[in-house]
Design a protein around this ligand. Structure first.
Ligand SMILES: *Cc1c(COP(=O)(O)O)cnc(C)c1O
Length: 449
């Protein structure tokens, strides 16, 4: 089985290859410490001649692997036998065409699409990744798992771990997690460890803990997780009638999604399954804008894999010297040392991508617009619409181009922020409740005023 796929170091001066079953080094190259990719021997895998052939799986969706929005595309992430594949019904998402929100960002009718990943079992896109990663965990016989999380990873890990019989420990920064997400981790039975520190601190701790205790790591350093997240792009293409959009817009946190999307499009092009690759806009929050700063100000580029490490080292040394901790209301992207930085630079290269940062105010207003005209989302997801609005003003994206924004998480994830925005009249779209006395005539007067 391992003939179909293997792991490969992304550093072009190393190129170490490992079999899929290897978990040495906590998903970092054991030789040079770089990130690892899952690679495929495509000539040994049965690949449909056209993407639309995947539609045939819908006719047999009583098979859970066909029903899964991840494993329906299993030929394109064929790293383990079917007997190891884990699914709890992830990927039943909607690509909604939305003209009212299109008007807010000044797009022409029919051009703006919203990919609602909040409809996943745990309420965020992370479930796509966990379907991939937990299948790999089963394949290697893991018993216990762990992750660091701004919230959604812990919710998703907790749900998947117990559905396939693994123990799990989740690390969260104290006071940094939205209540919906914290409630999920506890409710799904995860051992929850609140560290005094931020996400970046948790991320450092969990990597060491996993190596010391032999726990299976579920952060997006795990390349098998990113394989599952590729399918978000397949489903956008599927719902556009097997056509690619002009632009993908995605929030940038630890940069797993943007990395996975770039890999997905690169592979589809290589396999001749798409003719052109869409452009990608990655949106940071201004209070956590490492990628934006490195790409736009420090001119950091992929450069065929020979990324200028000194630029990154200097940047992080400066963050440390200033005792910098990221701050944004969009807690899911409150990250200043994104682990997938280099893979993201590769994705920017593949997709002719760009990076922007938006303020918390822009995020909250966009979130309210998505709530009142769409199906709603959590703050980090709304960074996409805020970013798109600015890119329209800049003229980078044209009103007639087809744009798909990835709404990464469900609106109920962060009820505190939503209630404060409306009740405290924090923005131009606030919709506060009206205080009324317990009196019929007075209530009627207030409704009609
Ligand atoms: C994890 C998460 C993000 C950040 O995604 P990355 O792949 O880490 O860049 C954005 N939005 C939500 C809702 C998330 O849960």
């Amino acid at each position: 089985m391992t003939d179909n796929a293997y792991q490969k170091c992304i550093n072009p001066d190393c190129r170490t290859e490992l079999e899929c079953a290897s978990v040495t080094g906590g998903f970092k190259c054991p030789k040079c410490g770089s990130l690892l990719d899952v690679r495929y021997n495509w000539d040994r895998i049965e690949i449909p001649r056209k993407l639309c052939e995947f539609a045939q799986r819908w006719a047999k969706k009583d098979d859970p692997l066909n029903f899964s929005g991840v494993w329906r595309f299993r030929n394109l992430l064929n790293f383990c036998d079917d007997k190891y594949k884990v699914t709890i019904g992830e990927g039943q998402t909607i690509l909604q065409q939305n003209d009212a929100i299109g008007e807010y960002v000044d797009m022409r009718p029919g051009r703006l699409y919203l990919q609602y990943e909040g409809l996943n079992p745990s309420g965020s896109f992370k479930d796509n990744g966990m379907a991939g990663a937990f299948s790999h965990a089963k394949m290697v016989g893991a018993k216990s798992s762990a992750c660091a999380s701004t919230g959604n990873t812990s919710a998703s890990v907790a749900l998947y771990a117990h559905s396939c019989g693994l123990k799990c420990t989740v690390f969260i920064g104290s006071g940094r997690i939205a209540f919906g997400k914290l409630s999920q981790a506890m409710d799904y039975g995860a051992q929850t460890i609140q560290i005094q520190g931020d996400f970046d601190d948790c991320m450092r701790q969990v990597q060491d803990v996993c190596v010391r205790l032999g726990l299976y790591l579920l952060n997006s350093l795990n390349p098998f997780r990113l394989e599952g997240q590729k399918t978000i792009m397949y489903r956008i293409i599927e719902q556009l009638g097997w056509r690619v959009p002009d632009w993908i817009v995605v929030p940038g946190g630890n940069l797993g999604n943007s990395s996975a999307f770039g890999k997905a499009f690169g592979e589809l092009k290589e396999l001749g399954l798409i003719e052109r690759i869409p452009r990608m806009a990655i949106i940071n929050a201004t209070g956590a804008d490492t990628l934006n700063d490195l790409v736009n100000n420090k001119k950091l580029v992929w450069n065929g894999g020979r990324v200028e490490q000194a630029i990154i080292d200097d940047y992080y040394a400066d963050l440390t010297a200033r005792n910098f901790s990221p701050h944004t209301c969009a807690s899911a992207i409150e990250i200043s040392r994104p682990v997938n930085l280099k893979k993201c630079l590769r994705a920017i290269d593949i997709c002719d991508g760009l990076v922007r940062a938006v303020t918390d105010e822009e995020i909250c207003d966009a979130k309210a617009v998505i709530g009142s005209h769409g199906l709603g989302c959590e703050p980090a997801s709304a960074a996409t619409i805020a970013g798109l609005k600015n890119l329209r003003v800049e003229g980078v994206i044209a009103a007639g181009e087809t744009v798909a924004c990835v709404l990464t998480g469900h609106p109920l994830k962060d009820p505190t922020l939503t209630v404060n925005y409306h009740k405290e009249k924090q923005g131009q779209f606030s919709n506060p409740p009206i205080e009324a006395p317990n009196d019929l005539e007075e209530i009627i007067r207030l409704i009609q005023s």
